[in-house]
Write a protein that binds this ligand. Structure first.
Ligand SMILES: *Cc1c(COP(=O)(O)O)cnc(C)c1O
Length: 244
């Protein structure tokens, strides 16, 4: 099997899982966007994905993402929405704002300021207006899940207001990773808390309709909790080299 065929087969299987999960949840599959997580995989895979109809990809490390996006030919780049989904250091905000269409991992006030200034600089350089879509990453592990990142649920409203007050950032919604080590009931409960929080944020910010949750192992649970964006890597591109 060629790499393209392998990706095509895996993609069809994941799309089937999403359709069945939507049917089971009484949802329309069109409501759910598949973000293929391409971290650690070569730029040639991105071209295959675009060829196979993928519109959204996710990357989690600035250096790798920046290099890969820069290598894409303009037609392939234009066909893609690029999501940054990794923990982001404030001093990398400027890099990421230059190639990402959406930053899903905003989790603290300083990062909001840094991203807004980065987009403002970009706008100045282009002599026009520029905006960046952002999601707030929520820590569903009640602070005990160090390393997965995110802001505590109690602090989400304040951060949402702060994003909404910026000139260049557009608050699109929330993102979360299910805490490690939960069984199905625990994951369902965690996604349920995320959905409740999303409803609460939308009372003040009606445009914040995105709910990014669900990965290769738990996408069905995320769909039933109302996820609008799934971030799927392994199930489509295979296992990654061990994370450094
Ligand atoms: C790597 C990653 C994913 C994809 O995980 P898989 O289990 O490979 O599907 C999703 N979300 C985030 C934030 C990630 O870093």
């Amino acid at each position: 099997m060629t790499r393209r065929e392998e990706i095509e087969t895996n993609l069809a299987a994941v799309r089937g899982r999403i359709e069945r999960a939507c049917t089971a949840a009484g949802r329309d599959a069109d409501e759910v966007t598949l973000v293929v997580v391409t971290k650690f995989h070569p730029v040639t895979d991105l071209a295959h994905l675009v060829d196979l109809g993928v519109t959204d990809i996710g990357e989690n490390r600035d250096q790798e993402a920046g290099a890969k996006i820069a290598e894409l030919d303009p037609v392939t780049r234009a066909a893609l929405t690029v999501h940054f989904i990794g923990q982001l250091q404030t001093n990398k905000a400027r890099n990421v704002a230059a190639y990402a269409d959406c930053v899903q991992s905003v989790d603290r006030p300083r990062l909001v300021g840094a991203l807004d200034r980065a987009v403002a600089n970009r706008a100045g350089a282009a002599g026009g207006e520029a905006t960046l879509d952002v999601l707030l990453q929520v820590d569903l592990g009640e602070g005990e899940d160090a390393g997965r990142g995110g802001i505590l649920p109690a602090d989400v409203s304040t951060l949402a207001d702060q994003v909404a007050e910026t000139e260049h950032l557009r608050l699109k919604g929330l993102m979360a990773v299910a805490p490690l080590g939960l069984d199905e009931a625990g994951t369902t409960a965690a996604f349920g808390r995320l959905a409740d929080l999303s409803a609460h944020v939308r009372e003040a910010h009606p445009g914040a309709t995105t709910l990014s949750a669900g990965m290769s192992g738990d996408l069905e649970l995320a769909v039933s909790a109302g996820a609008t964006h799934l971030r799927v890597g392994t199930a489509i591109l295979g296992s990654r080299p061990v994370q450094r």
